[in-house]
Design a protein around this ligand. Sequence first.
Ligand code: GDP
Ligand code: GDP
Length: 455
Amino acid sequence: DEDALLLDADGEPLDAPAHVAAPPVLAIIGRPNVGKSTLVNRITRSREAVVEDVPGVTRDRVSYDAEWNGTDFTIVDTGGWEKDARGIHRRVADQAELAVDEADAVVFVVDGTVGATAVDEAVVRMLRRKKKPVFLVANKVDSEAQMIEVHALWNLGLGRPYPVSAVHGTGTGDVLDAAVEAMPETAQHGGLVPSGGPRRVALVGRPNVGKSSMLNKLAGSDRVVVDPVAGTTIDPVDEHIELGGETWRFVDTAGIRRRQHMASGSEYYAMLRTQRAVDKAEVAVALLSVDEPISEQDVRIIQMAVDSGRALVLAYNKWDLLDDERRYYLEREVKRDLGHVTWAPRVNVSARTGWHKDKLAPALKRSLDNWERRVPTGKLNAFLGEIVAAHPHPVRGGKQPRILFATQPSSRPPKFVLFTTGFLDAGYRRFIQRRLRETFDFSGTPIEVSMRVRE
Ligand code: GDP
Ligand code: GDP
């Protein structure tokens, strides 16, 4: 719908504000089968579908977006993990603990028809240590007759139990009111000041690629720890680091510096932490370790940054370990696994020796400049006119869709809208996207090209 485009006095589209704030996280924990997934579905209903008119965009989120009374938050659903039930007590508590560590508030779900079990009590002990806001939900309370069990849950010492029927949707409002009230506000939480203030960098990568070493190398002795924002219950400490004559804000460095205290389930949490850091940053530096094959997790982390619309730099770390043979295979892996992000600047580095660490800042600057670029409408349409004349859309079923007009309504990252007389082939859209990249230098930034078909 074209009405969504706001134009300024010169007929130029107004920039849409970039979405960069990371919402607070609400973890939903509890034993298997108490109804966590049902509850999550109830809360996130209608938010689930991400409307994307760009084909081929995959979402690899490990959490859900939710909203209650105008407050956005992220739900971490721990349902569906505990299925391999070896030592079930321990596992439930471990998984819950990982989730709680990442959360701003916790909804602890018990089965209201069963009451508290030994597993539930183990979880309660863990929760006491964490000192995060906890809301106790007695689920499956489908009728008034079940309220006696619910009152008994006061004994857990977690305060008022909230009776809920996730299936019927009753009682969820009260607990959400309380949880939202207890969480820090979205805007306090890494909200970005669009102008001024150091630019924000997320240093990401799977465990052991060298994030912590790199951070130490870059920060040197001038480590400046930025206090956590007042009112947050988690510790996403950012650090200011001088690179290339500019101060950068490396976000969520506490998570990098804190050694993983638990190995189990750590990939899930590594991904969640990555998502949060990326959400708070403008640019992601994805670290890879060249002494090992590029893994699926490496690819997923990079994809996360791309899907989140952040500028991207690829840093190939541990270059000091590379021999000729490994180098040969590395380049083949890069072609095979990272062929879709050839637009991201690449720096080969060694966090151990510091080799090439000075190449990082120029790559960051370049990616961010392109991420922020806006092509004036006149220039954009002149470019389109030329390429469409030289390479018209193929005729499909006797029809040939035409591009009437294009604009770039927003940047950070650059988004383009093509107004057309019919649906453009995916291949043709990719062709235009490629040409846009080449012509206007969008290296280091994802770009999005969507269509509005005029009947
Ligand atoms: P999870 O393992 O904690 O994620 O639990 P699920 O959401 O998969 O639910 C386990 C079972 O409990 C399913 O059969 C649900 O239909 C059922 N259930 C969930 N919520 C309710 C509820 O409010 N009332 C009743 N009667 N059953 C529920
Ligand atoms: P993180 O888990 O991503 O924070 O990784 P660390 O910084 O803890 O590094 C994991 C291991 O790789 C440690 O033993 C580091 O000493 C080592 N390491 C990190 N960077 C380099 C590098 O550039 N060269 C070599 N040879 N080892 C490195």
